[in-house]
Design a protein around this ligand. Structure first.
Ligand code: NAD
Length: 246
């Protein structure tokens, strides 16, 4: 079966990458596109699933429309506020919902690797994440960096919000044991780089992922769209889509 896909944020960098990546695929076809000013509810009527790489406000509006239309959702927008999660939970009661800060196979594998490393090494090895993105990116730290940092916290068996450190400026004092730092670089046309550091005494481990094309996220989102159509309503992750252990 060919899944009919609506692209939300179709004129953006990712929206265009999704349309490019769909060319020649048999499991999906682009059946509609919307950007600012278009009626997403009307467009959903002719589609089985929508892929959303837009803005936080547009993502909330699309999810509200999808609840009414009972349409499968593949959501990649980052920088979402606290109001997004309850809405996604509402949508997941009537349709399959895949939310991922990063749709690449490599990054999803990395989430498992950092959790394994954190579990094995413990908080005695200082964990820091550094992310680099192009200069047009609006939100910081990246959703992927946060997902990596949360995986490290899960490996340490702690609540991320109680150990996170997103900025250091001035006399911040010595680094507390168990802190998880996230630092952000912005510049040029970098598609996305994430490095997780584990600093021990006289040794360190680095686990890194470097994306060189948006095509990996676009293809991952299309794979998720084809996978989601026909699945029971519920919340899913890319680990479910890729068949990786969660
Ligand atoms: P972009 O600014 O190039 O594109 C965003 C698009 O959304 C624009 O065309 C804009 O006009 C459109 N838009 C704004 N309001 C809208 C509305 N009400 N309805 C429909 N469309 C609307 O940004 P981008 O680089 O394509 O990234 C988009 C989002 O995807 C960002 O949050 C980014 O962080 C995220 N992203 C996620 C992944 C992932 O794998 N999950 C990968 C790359 C980017």
């Amino acid at each position: 079966m060919t899944a009919r896909v609506l692209v939300v944020g179709a004129a953006g960098k990712m929206g265009r990458a999704v349309q490019d990546a769909a060319v020649g695929r048999e499991d999906v076809k682009i059946a509609g596109t919307v950007d600012q000013g278009d009626d997403v509810a009307a467009a959903l009527a002719g589609c089985d699933v929508y892929i959303d790489f837009s803005t936080p406000a547009a993502t909330l509006a699309a999810a509200r429309a999808a609840i009414g239309a009972k349409r499968a959702a593949i959501i990649g927008t980052t920088g979402l506020g606290a109001d997004a999660e309850p809405l996604f939970a509402e949508l997941a009661k009537v349709a399959p919902v895949v939310v991922a800060a990063n749709f690449s196979l490599g990054v999803n594998l990395m989430l498992g690797l950092v959790r394994q490393a954190a579990r094995a090494l413990g908080p005695a090895w200082d964990a820091e994440v550094v992310e680099t993105h192009h200069k047009a990116k609006r939100d910081a730290p990246s959703g992927t960096a946060l997902a990596i940092a949360r995986s490290i916290a899960a490996g340490h068996g702690v609540d991320y919000d109680s150990v996170k450190r997103h900025t250091r400026d001035g006399d911040v004092g010595p680094r507390p044991r168990g802190e998880i730092g996230v630092a952000t670089l912005r510049g040029g046309d970098v598609v996305g780089e994430h490095v997780a550091y584990f600093f021990g005494e006289h040794e360190r481990i680095e686990i890194a992922h470097r994306a060189t094309s948006r095509g990996i996220f676009a293809t991952g989102a299309l794979v998720a769209a084809a996978w989601a159509v026909g699945k029971p309503p519920g919340r899913y992750t890319m680990l479910d889509v890729l068949g990786l252990p969660s």
